[in-house]
Design a protein around this ligand. Structure first.
Ligand code: SF4
Length: 151
């Protein structure tokens, strides 16, 4: 299994019910114009390879089990970045019969990137913040291993 590298966070993209607007911005963030790979961000095709789950859209009832299942497949340490207003609050889908709510109704969200849709620069920044959070967590865990658990 791949060890988490703070300078090269691997990302798995998951659409839980978005209108695809946020997803297009994620694609833009990966294209040469915004070039997320320049700062080490890499999109992977399996949650088992990812460090960060990049989630768009509100969570639909049909997606709930699948979202949890995919989250479980991401190895620890892991982080969740919620992209767009719909993922944060349900946005324009709020109150719809098929919607459970924002992503944090189902998963623990680490970073919220707001906007409808957010700019590609904001998405890249959100991923880097999540990677920083993971790096801080792994450093702390490493110190505990080296020096024994301290309160
Ligand atoms: S935040 Fe805007 S662009 Fe993103 S899924 Fe919701 S409506 Fe679509």
């Amino acid at each position: 299994m791949r060890r988490f590298l703070a300078k090269s966070p691997w990302v798995y993209h998951l659409n839980t019910g978005s209108c695809n607007g946020c997803d297009i911005e994620i694609i833009a963030a990966l294209t040469p114009r915004y070039d997320a790979e320049r700062v080490g961000v890499k999109l992977v095709g399996s949650p088992k390879l990812a460090d960060i789950l990049l989630v768009t859209g509100p969570v639909t009832r049909q997606m709930e089990k699948r979202v949890k299942n995919i989250y479980e497949q991401v190895p620890n340490p892991k982080a969740v970045v919620c992209v767009g207003v719909c993922g944060s609050t349900s946005g324009i889908f709020d109150g719809a019969y098929s919607i459970i709510g924002g992503v944090d109704k189902v998963l623990p969200v680490d970073i919220y990137v707001t906007g409808c849709p957010p700019r590609p620069e904001a998405i890249v920044l959100g991923v880097l913040k999540a990677a920083g959070k993971l790096a801080a967590g792994t450093e702390k865990a490493g110190k505990k291993l080296r020096y024994g658990a301290q309160k």
